[in-house]
Design a protein around this ligand. Sequence first.
Ligand code: TXA
Ligand code: MG
Length: 346
Amino acid sequence: METKEIKFNPENIDLALAKEAGDILARGGLVAFPTETVYGLGANALDEEAVKKIFLAKGRPSDNPLIVHVADEKDVEALVEEIPEKAKLLMRHFWPGPISIIMKKSNKISDYVSAGLQTVAIRMPSNPVAREIIRAAGVPIAAPSANTSGKPSPTEAAHVREDMLGKIDMIADGGSCDVGLESTVIDMTADVPTVLRPGGITLDMLEAVLGEVHAAKGSATQDEAPKSPGMKYKHYAPKAEVHILEYKTDATNALAKLVAQAKQDGHTVGILTDDKDYMPCGAQVYINGGKTAEEYAANLFDALRAFDAKGADVVYAPLRWQDPIMVAVRNRIYKAAANRVTYTEE
Ligand code: TXA
Ligand code: MG
């Protein structure tokens, strides 16, 4: 299949181009488009054949449900049994934006979208390119992240190209994604809401609006039935083996030792630092995550892909113990590292 690539200027959206993308979606095709979190791989959520193509293109297990994207709050009603009062509060406070709200699905949502669950996750993105494309399609759009299953989510059109060229109809290039991590996923079907995936809308922000909110464990093990099916899969993993180093004030000494040992064992070693002032500690590949949690989040997935491109086969990621502003970032790195972690008292 030939994949058409078109470029959008997010500050001045060409509506004719948005219509071209929208038409492909309306006719049952696949279009990757930018959102404020990561690039999504969209299909008409009401068209089962179109939705099946998403699973094929990504190599996604069929028991992992998709998020349905809308351009307008009034489009939600038809997709769910009812909108709980607390869900309305969330929409008012955080939409358009990086939060997906799980409600009981209506019969418009097929089992392919919900992966057999009785619920559906819905999100209204704020990215203007996403909004114009969804609006032009005139239907709700099912869209997982536009990466091959198991790889880091795409935050640039180039990442989408790497994974999806020749497999989908169109890539809409709208530049880099602002947030860089996927949306917060929250289950609103029980009395006390539960965050299933941490993201840009934090627990504190949610509690300020909703009162009590539970947080599900960051990842589920294979033998317990996870509430969010996506949590049981390996995620965000580059080819390199990622290791976390939990430190208290200064990771330099511990990093230098780890790097020296790995080099002795014949590895090409990378460091993904959380602090601009670190020294490379002898690693051959050194990538700066950024000074703030926001910068780090925005850079993370690009950095994970860059380690592969630069040939690092072992990557150390130092993280400060229990740093609260890093909850969503830590969640993603721990998955990329498949929970490989070393602690230092330093
Ligand atoms: O920011 C985002 O959410 C991006 C952009 C494109 O919107 N999308 C995204 O989709 O990250 P995906 O498919 O990569 O991740 C969706 C996550 C999965 O972990 C999935 O299991 C969970 O949401 N999920 C979706 N529907 C669910 C449901 N009804 N119940 C529980 N978990 C659900
Ligand atoms: Mg994903």
